[in-house]
Design a protein around this ligand. Structure first.
Ligand SMILES: C[S@@+](CC[C@H](N)C(=O)[O-])C[C@H]1O[C@@H](n2cnc3c(N)ncnc32)[C@H](O)[C@@H]1O
Length: 185
């Protein structure tokens, strides 16, 4: 990892609670997974100030891929843009502003290898239904806060666990990360 990016990641870890960022371990895991599966096209739902996005973009630099990331809070998105610029990662990302469900269903037409869900917990079920047709076979859905917000994400966890097109595992990373591998359409 580039030293400027490492420095920014370390700085952002001081304000992780304020910006509801994923843990360092979760960021590192997503970064490794993208490189291991050679993912090219990644969608993130819930940019915040760009902490997880920086981990994702760093991996996509290796795979020559691209990140699309959605946030409805302008101030947070502008911080994310600033940090991506500072770390030389702006070319790797497209920042979308607005309600994620509307953007996914109305604006996004491309297919993804990996989708990371980390926004309003009660909407996870809607996000999953919206991204399912956009995910390539062999692609992965990751969703954070599966243990920390178990009650709110329960409808999503039940639905995806019962979907025979997916193989699902909840990983014991901080807050709980669900990983779902798309086997077939
Ligand atoms: C948990 S934080 C994301 C943290 C980020 N993934 C990280 O680890 O750095 C969730 C973010 O999603 C945004 N958000 C929540 N619901 C949303 C929605 N329906 N559409 C767009 N953004 C949403 C919030 O404003 C918040 O900044």
């Amino acid at each position: 990892m580039d030293s400027k990016l490492k420095e920014r990641i370390t700085k952002l870890e001081k304000t992780q609670d304020e910006f509801w960022n994923v843990s360092h371990q979760t960021g590192n895991f997503i970064n490794m997974l993208i490189k291991a599966m050679k993912a090219k096209n990644v969608l993130e739902i819930g940019t915040s100030n760009g902490y997880s996005g920086l981990w994702i973009a760093d991996a996509l630099k290796d795979t020559k891929g691209h990140l699309t990331t959605i946030e409805f809070w302008e101030k947070r998105q502008s911080l994310a843009r600033e940090y991506f610029e500072e770390c030389g990662l702006s070319d790797i990302a497209t920042f979308k502003i607005g309600q994620a469900y509307n953007i996914i269903t109305n604006e996004i037409k491309e297919k993804f290898d990996l989708v990371f869900i980390d926004a309003n917990k009660q909407e996870y079920i809607k996000f999953y239904e919206a991204v399912n047709p956009l995910l390539n076979i062999g692609g992965i859905i990751l969703a954070d806060n599966i243990i920390s917000h178990a009650a709110k994400v329960q409808p999503f966890v039940e639905a995806i666990s019962e979907d025979e097109n997916y193989q699902v595992q909840i990983l014991d990373l901080p807050d709980g990360l669900l990983m779902a591998y798309k086997i077939k359409e």
